[in-house]
Ligand binder design. Structure first.
Ligand code: NAD
Ligand code: DAU
Length: 347
């Protein structure tokens, strides 16, 4: 089996690559990644010399290159994670999201279709998506697989569009596919422009913690290795042409989350209790900020037996430990372009 993972040098992708390379020695795993600001091969140093692993630097927006790659390696399966993934960046540059998330996905679908359209037997295109396609919840309720799409940001609109294209290729061309929509991930290797790693870095540096609006926005957090395990299961056992919601049953307001993070970090850094909380600073809200996301993951639990394996407190502690052990990684990814982004976004 030749399996293509796109976006494998990113946060979630690197955990998926590691899991598949180490769990399935009889598969050959190809990791295709453009190495944008969010991609980092340092995330994969422990598997880079495995005999069943190949890294390919390349861009999913380049159709001819993608076609040639599929012809060359005859990928039996695709697990598609490559994307522009940051809501704040989508607000300042929506077109980058259209190019990668929509057009890049369609190029992959076309290449997969051209390769296997005479016989799709045993083939699968797995599209990894987000709960943000469902829009925002009020104070109650959960997103299920049948919740209507209602995206609010350019990021979520681009992901919703890509989900629709995948489904349309299934209906129109009989292409075997599966989609999953997951809630907020956290864990090792998370690029520090998203809430948890950004705040970990700022606490280490004793810099302000920029909470958007009043901080009463709610997210449902899942440890990234539990997501990677779910992706493995859905790829192998998920039913064709189905969607699976993946979530942590773990809702936190941003403010409560940040307080827990501050407490855990004060303990680990040997700082007085309450020290890091003093860094909390309320800043201008994100435009179109979704109030609440929460996933009902009953379907994947009942059909595939999946459930999260760690509590949030455990997962957060492991995450902090990883960042404290990998301060060089953190220093490298927060130099250069990151500083410019940070200035633009927060100053
Ligand atoms: P990330 O931004 O950390 O990584 C994205 C990867 O894609 C990077 O390695 C980047 O170099 C690569 N990439 C970007 N544009 C590319 C292009 N044009 N061609 C090839 N490679 C390209 O993202 P992530 O947080 O790991 O998310 C991965 C996927 O999971 C995305 O599709 C995202 O929508 C989805 N998702 C993320 C979360 C989350 O909480 N992070 C939750 C649910 C779903
Ligand atoms: O729900 C899944 C989605 O989760 C994924 O599809 C996205 O790829 C991923 O980036 C994430 O999106 P969010 O916008 O929820 O994540 P982010 O870490 O950017 O923000 C989490 C919450 O924290 C959100 O309510 C905004 C808030 N926030 C974020 C940052 C970066 C702040 O208050 N301050 C900040 O500086």
């Amino acid at each position: 089996m030749n399996i293509l993972i796109t976006g494998g040098a990113g946060f979630i992708g690197s955990h998926v690559v590691r899991r598949l390379v180490t769990t399935y020695p009889n598969y050959h795993i190809y990791n295709l990644d453009a190495l944008t600001y969010a991609g980092n091969l340092e995330n994969l140093t422990d598997v880079e010399s495995a005999s069943n692993y190949t890294f390919i630097k390349g861009d999913i927006t380049e159709a001819d290159f993608i076609d040639a790659l599929f012809q060359e390696h005859q990928f039996d399966g695709v697990i598609h994670l490559a994307a522009e993934s940051h809501v704040d960046r989508s607000i300042t540059d929506p077109m980058a999201f259209v190019k990668t998330n929509v057009m890049g996905t369609v190029h992959l679908l076309n290449a997969f279709k051209s390769l296997w359209q005479d016989n799709f037997e045993g083939k699968r295109f797995y599209h990894v998506s987000t709960d943000e396609v469902y829009g925002s919840l009020g104070k109650t309720g959960l997103f299920t697989e049948t919740t209507p799409y209602d995206p609010n940001s350019p990021y979520s609109a681009s992901k919703a569009s890509s989900d629709h294209f995948v489904r349309a290729y299934g209906e129109t061309y009989g292409m075997p596919y599966v989609i999953s929509n997951c809630s907020n991930n956290y864990g090792p290797n998370h690029f520090p422009e998203k809430l948890i790693p950004l705040f970990i870095n700022n606490i280490i540096q004793k810099q302000p913690l920029p909470v958007y609006g009043d901080g009463n926005y709610t997210r449902d957090w899942l440890y990234v290795k539990d997501h990677a395990r779910a992706i493995d299961l859905v790829y192998h056992k998920g039913k064709n042409a189905e969607t699976y919601n993946i979530g942590g049953f773990n809702e936190w307001t941003n403010l409560n989350l940040v307080k827990l993070l501050c407490q855990q970090m004060d303990e680990k850094l040997g700082r007085p209790t309450g020290d890091s909380e003093k860094l909390i600073t309320y800043v201008k809200d994100r435009p179109g900020h979704d109030l609440r996301y929460a996933i009902d993951s009953t379907k994947i639990h009942k059909e595939l037996g999946w459930k999260p394996s760690v509590t949030f407190e455990e997962g957060l502690a492991k995450t902090i430990d990883w960042y404290l052990k990998n301060e060089e990684w953190l220093a490298r990814v927060t130099s250069g372009d990151y500083r410019e982004y940070y200035e633009r976004q927060y100053k």
